[in-house]
Design a protein around this ligand. Structure first.
Ligand code: DC
Length: 215
C-alpha cells in the first residue's frame, strides 16, 4: 500500500538588513505556525563575543574559525551579544569562509527537523535555497535607525552614530564576496518602513499563506 501523502514541513527563510524588523516577524510567524525559530545573527554574534572575550582580533581568520568551531548552545544564551562592539565584530567574523562553513551544518540541521523559521542574511540564498517560503524584509535606513535607537533607549545625540553604524554594517554585509546580503531570486520583498509590528505581521502572513495555500 502506498504511504499516505503528507505535507512537506514548512520552512520559512527570512533575510534582510539589520533592524528591518526580521526578528519580530520571524518570531511571530514561528508562533503562528507552531515552528521553532532560529535567529542566525546570534550565531555570528556569539562567535564574535568569544573572540573578543579572548582578547582576539575578529578579523583574524584563524581566531574566528577557532571560536566558530568551539561554539556551544550556552554561547547563544548570553545577555551581552547585542552591544555596539559585538555588532562590529560579528560583521567582521561573518565575512570569513571558515566561520560560515562551521555554522552552516547547524543551521541546516535546525531546519530539517520538521520545519522552522530562520532569519539572517543568506538563508534564502545559501543556507536553505530550497525553502518553500522566502521573505526579504527591508526598510529605509532612517526607519531602521529610528527603531534601533528606540530599542537601545539611546540618548538623542547617539542617533547619528547609530545611523552611521547601520549604514556601514549594511555596506559590509552587502559587499562581501561570501554569502552577501541580497534577496533570493524567488524571495518576496516586504518593505516595513511605514508598517508597525502588527501591520508587518499581517503582510508577512498574507505572503506566506499565498505560497502555501494559494486561492
Ligand atoms: O542580524 P544581526 O544583526 O544579529 O547579525 C549580526 C551579524 O551577522 C551581521 O553583521 C550580519 C551577520 N549575519 C550573516 O552574515 N549571516 C546571517 N545569516 C546572519 C547574520
Amino acid at each position: 500500500m502506498a504511504a499516505p501523502m503528507t505535507a512537506a514541513p514548512l520552512v520559512i527563510a527570512i533575510d534582510g538588513p539589520a533592524a528591518a524588523g526580521k526578528g519580530t516577524l520571524a518570531r511571530r510567524l514561528a508562533a503562528h505556525f507552531g515552528l521553532p525559530y532560529l535567529d542566525t545573527g546570534l550565531l555570528y554574534r556569539a562567535v564574535a563575543r568569544r573572540v573578543l572575550d579572548q582578547g582576539g582580533d575578529p578579523a583574524d581568520p584563524a581566531e574566528a574559525a577557532r571560536a566558530a568551531q568551539a561554539l556551544s548552545p550556552g554561547d547563544l544564551a548570553r545577555g551581552d551579544l547585542r552591544t555596539a562592539a559585538v555588532d562590529r565584530a560579528a560583521s567582521a567574523v561573518a565575512g570569513q569562509e571558515a566561520v560560515r562553513a562551521a555554522l552552516l551544518a547547524f543551521q541546516r540541521d535546525f531546519a530539517s527537523r520538521g520545519g522552522a523559521v530562520l532569519d539572517g542574511r543568506d538563508i534564502g540564498t545559501v543556507v536553505l535555497p530550497a525553502a518553500p517560503v522566502k521573505l526579504f524584509v527591508t526598510a529605509s535606513l532612517a526607519a531602521r535607525a529610528e527603531r534601533r535607537w528606540r530599542e537601545r533607549a539611546a540618548a538623542p545625540e547617539e542617533r547619528a552614530q547609530i545611523t552611521a553604524d547601520l549604514a556601514a554594517r549594511d555596506a559590509e554585509d552587502a559587499a562581501r564576496t561570501l554569502a552577501p546580503l541580497r534577496p533570493a531570486a524567488d524571495a518576496v520583498t516586504l518593505d516595513t518602513s511605514a508598517l508597525d509590528a502588527d501591520a508587518a505581521f499581517a503582510a508577512a502572513l498574507a505572503i506566506v499563506l499565498a505560497v502555501i495555500a494559494p486561492q
